[in-house]
Write a protein that binds this ligand. Structure first.
Ligand code: HT7
Ligand code: ZN
Length: 872
């Protein structure tokens, strides 16, 4: 199937000066009339035909400057419409007919519950009307929506409502005008019977902006947190980047059927309900945090993405990497920067590193794709954000912010490239970033091998760093990257040592950023009285794998003494990784458990204990991260080793966990405050260990928490521990939860998820029955993710069951889902693409299933691209 290549980019031949859309929404079909003012772009050959993208449309009529075109005046294909001869300036009117109620792909105009809504990024607008559906064609939009007044009292689109009226047959209409030229992917329309939560925000310059959250009536009262998050995001962007909102109204609509998290349509964001609705009874603390982050993310896109957009989809990380980084900065500012950083790195390691090591590996700026929807990846988003973070590290906060501001001013209203951003940052920072640009073009996770030597006589300590990057598809050899390596040296007394490189004057800095630009480099520190312990990659200053031969004692020492919170956490994780992996290899050292027990006890006894950091430090490394440390992983053995260590730590520290549990559980009613959130986290972590002691009193503690909880965080923490058991109390709790929440879809998703991720040996069979449960629905992406996604990505031991049943079950459902929603089906196929990471018998079955999918008739481009690349 044909790939789109970055090297084939050509500028658009026609500009759309204005588009006037008219939607007549109906139950059977919807009619769309589009009137466009088009003109040939300067310098374009006057004979270039006009091509408009269009997909799954019924064309009803076409008029050029008022003249109806006959069927042989144009060429209609499955991809679009071509008119061979057109004047330099003209008006084109296109009438299309759609059936949104049959649109199960959730791209273009579709139905979710009782409402109509749209999703146009990346290429959904072409499923609404014929149009140059590419991000470098910016146009002024006016949109009129006409629909039944009773069923759809709320009619929304981008910009400002400028007119409204009644029409015959109980129908009404509203006209919207968006003053900001935009690409078609930012178009949005919503119609429904919706509850509106209104508020207002006064900008730094004193303008009032109306804020409006629309939800289905059943969800009224659950938008308060999202509203407050939005106001915080608006203030933060003003204070941090000097960016003020640029329309008089900001609307957010929550829909229950959505392929991704949310969408930044100009002035009319459409959100997955998951990232808007939050109340203590239905949402966990993590959900509350995610709502704030995603609300921020979409809001920040208003500049980084909307005011300055992408020239083509290869530049996707230009808006996504930068916006994820801005979202991360926002979350760091609203909470604990260290905890946020740990969570970001955990996500990068569990989602992006495996992608970078798989056949799906691609650079942050890919150079070819078959289906762009497959490139909304962890690499483009979160490695892209790490790349932006490295600019920040190299330039410093002030120059970085000035650079972003200059980029937004210079390219306001334009569709630009990653190169434009890099150039602006280089200019503002006064740095040559040419080599840094390789982060965009080379895939793969670089590995840093660090070796050291200490010359006691000269008081000189040398760090030698070698960087390597493994081959990735189409890129057998890599050039060295420009890598900021933040580091420090810790003295044997636990004090941070001043860092003076050979030839430098005395200085007091105890953290500094070494810049790696060559395959091999040495850094010599002077003035050291004793051999220090190096603290490397502080704050995770680059998305790399660090290889330095720490002793277990060094790790325990850093866990206690490192002044960098991230590095402390990392040291504890590495110690735990070693102990668990030794078990995987059948190596059982008596002293191992004791080391870990002492390290953990040390964290808990630390005088200035930060409960949320402690919860991070005491959580065992994820199974997927453990698997990455092995050439070929056996997920069942990893699960057994990890659970074995958990059980031993539970037993060895049982009294401590019980004390922690009772001391940190917040007293009194639920509150969304940092101390209460941190308390719940640490108490629930302790409960997780207690669930593994095997003591009846601890099993009862879990049951009691489930039944007494007044909030979803505690209720779900207990339920997920109960889902690991299969006794009567566990079943009763699962039944109770289902009974209580079966009418609240987002909570019911949680019920499915905890079972799909159960550590019980019967989890695979349970997933098979969940897929037959009457509440399971392949049409709803959230439900699909909470069963199939949670199982295949979040339950490695069950998914990789040696029978191959997990793979077969996944393949069967991908094939079914592909006929409904190819985008989501392709995402569900990704776990199979990582087959090389597993032992040979598993590899074989995974490839057989990939092959079976590849050979299925009428496979979508989406799934085809994932499975074919996986098998290359
Ligand atoms: N920019 C948004 C991308 C998005 C999307 C892409 C493909 C298919 C469906 C989609 N829904 C939203 C999300 C974001 O990054 O903010
Ligand atoms: Zn985004």
């Amino acid at each position: 199937r044909a790939a789109v290549k970055l090297s084939d980019y050509t500028p658009p031949a026609f500009r759309v000066e204005h588009i006037d859309l008219y939607f007549s929404l109906g139950e059977e079909y919807t009619r769309v009339r589009s009137r466009m003012r088009l003109c040939r772009a300067e310098g374009t050959d006057p004979h270039t035909p006009l091509h408009l993208d269009g997909e799954a449309l019924e064309l009803e009529a076409l008029y050029l400057d008022g003249q109806a075109l006959a069927i042989d005046d144009y060429l209609l294909t499955r991809q679009g419409l071509t008119i061979e001869r057109v004047p330099d300036r003209f008006e084109l009117e296109v009438h299309t007919l759609l059936r949104p109620q049959d649109n199960t792909a959730l791209s273009g105009l579709y139905r979710s519950g009782g409402m109509f809504c749209t999703q146009c990024e990346a290429e959904g607008f072409r499923r609404i009307t014929y149009y140059p559906d590419r991000p470098d064609v910016l146009s002024r939009f006016t949109t009129t929506i006409e629909a039944d007044r009773e069923r759809y009292p709320v009619l929304l689109s981008n910009g400002n409502a400028v007119d409204r009226g009644e029409s015959e047959g109980g129908r009404h209409w509203v006209r919207w005008d968006d003053p900001w030229p935009k690409p078609s992917y930012l178009f949005a329309l919503v119609a429904g019977d919706l509850h509106c939560h209104r508020d207002r925000y006064r900008t730094a310059s004193g303008r009032d902006v109306q804020l409006a959250f629309y939800v289905e009536h059943a969800n009224a009262g659950r938008t308060g947190h999202a509203m407050e998050s939005l106001k915080r995001a608006m203030r933060w962007d003003e204070e941090t980047y000097g960016l003020e909102y640029d329309l008089d109204i900001y609307m957010v609509v929550a829909v229950g059927d959505f392929n991704m998290g949310a969408m930044e349509n100009k002035g009319l964001n459409i959100f997955n309900t998951q990232y808007v609705l939050a109340s203590p009874e239905t949402a966990t603390d993590a959900d509350f945090e995610a709502v704030e982050a995603v609300i921020g993310h979409e809001y920040f896109h208003n500049y980084t993405g909307n005011r300055v957009t992408c020239r083509d989809w290869f530049q996707l990380s230009l808006k996504e990497g930068l916006t994820v980084f801005r979202e991360q900065q926002f979350s760091e500012a609203m909470g604990s920067p260290a905890v946020q950083r740990i969570q970001q790195v955990r996500l990068l390691r569990s989602a992006q590193f495996p992608e970078d090591a798989s056949p799906m590996a691609h650079p942050v700026r890919p150079d070819a794709y078959v289906e762009i929807n497959n490139f909304y990846t962890a690499t483009v988003y979160i490695k892209g954000a790490e790349v932006i973070r490295m600019y920040h590290t190299l330039l410093g906060d002030g120059a970085f912010r000035n650079g972003v501001r200059r980029y937004l001013e210079r390219f306001d209203g334009q569709a630009v490239t990653i190169e434009d951003f890099l150039q602006t940052m280089a200019e503002t920072g006064g740095r040559d970033l040419t080599q840094f640009g390789r982060w965009y073009t080379q895939a793969g996770t670089p590995r840093l091998r660090v070796r050291d030597a200490f010359d006691a006589d000269a008081g000189r300590y040398t760090l030698r760093v070698v960087q390597e990057c493994p081959p990735t598809p189409g890129q057998p050899a890599k050039q060295p990257f420009h890598i900021p390596l933040a580091m420090g040296l810790v003295g044997r007394d636990g004090q941070a040592l001043p860092l003076r490189l050979a030839g430098e004057p005395e200085g007091q800095a105890t953290t500094r950023v070494l810049e790696l630009t060559r395959s091999e480099q040495a850094f010599v520190f002077e003035g050291l009285a004793e051999r220090p312990v190096p603290s490397l990659l502080r704050g995770f200053s680059a998305p790399v794998i660090l290889d330095y031969d720490y002793s277990d004692d060094d790790l325990a020492f850093l866990l206690t003494h490192d002044s960098d919170a991230f590095a402390r956490w990392e040291a504890g994780q590495q110690l735990a990784v070693r102990v668990i992996l030794r078990r995987v290899h059948g190596e059982r050292r008596e002293e191992d458990l004791d080391k870990l027990r002492r390290a953990f006890a040390g964290v808990l006894e630390h005088p200035g204990l930060d409960a949320s950091l402690a919860a991070e430090a005491l959580a065992l490394p994820q199974e997927t991260y453990l698997a990455q440390q092995l050439e070929q992983a056996d997920p069942v053995a990893i699960r057994a080793a990890r659970e074995g260590v958990r059980a031993e730590l539970a037993g060895a520290l049982a009294a401590t966990w019980r004390t922690v549990y009772s001391r940190y559980r917040p007293q009194g009613p639920w509150r969304l405050e940092p101390a209460a959130i941190a308390g719940r986290r640490l108490a629930n972590l302790a409960l997780g260990y207690l669930a593994a002691t095997g003591a009846a009193e601890d099993d009862e503690r879990v049951e009691r928490q489930y039944h007494q909880a007044d909030n979803m965080t505690d209720s779900l923490a207990a339920l997920s521990l109960l889902a690991d058991r299969d006794d009567a109390a566990a079943q009763a709790a699962l039944d109770d939860f289902h009974q209580r929440w079966r009418h609240v879809p987002l909570v019911l998703d949680k019920w499915f998820r905890v079972q799909a991720m159960s550590r019980h040996p019967g989890a695979l069979a349970r997933v098979q029955s969940l897929l037959r449960h009457p509440d399971f629905d392949l049409h709803n992406p959230n439900r699909v993710r909470s069963v199939i996604g949670a199982f295949a990505q979040g339950n490695p031991a069950a998914f990789h069951d040696s029978s191959g049943e997990g793979y077969r079950l996944l393949a069967d459902h991908i094939l079914r889902l592909d006929t409904l929603n190819p985008q989501v089906a392709a995402r569900m196929a990704l776990p199979l693409s990582k087959w090389q990471r597993y032992d040979l018998p598993r590899q074989q079955i995974m490839k057989t299933e990939l092959q079976r999918i590849a050979e299925a008739p009428s496979l979508s481009n989406d799934v085809y691209e994932v499975v074919s690349r996986s098998l290359e």
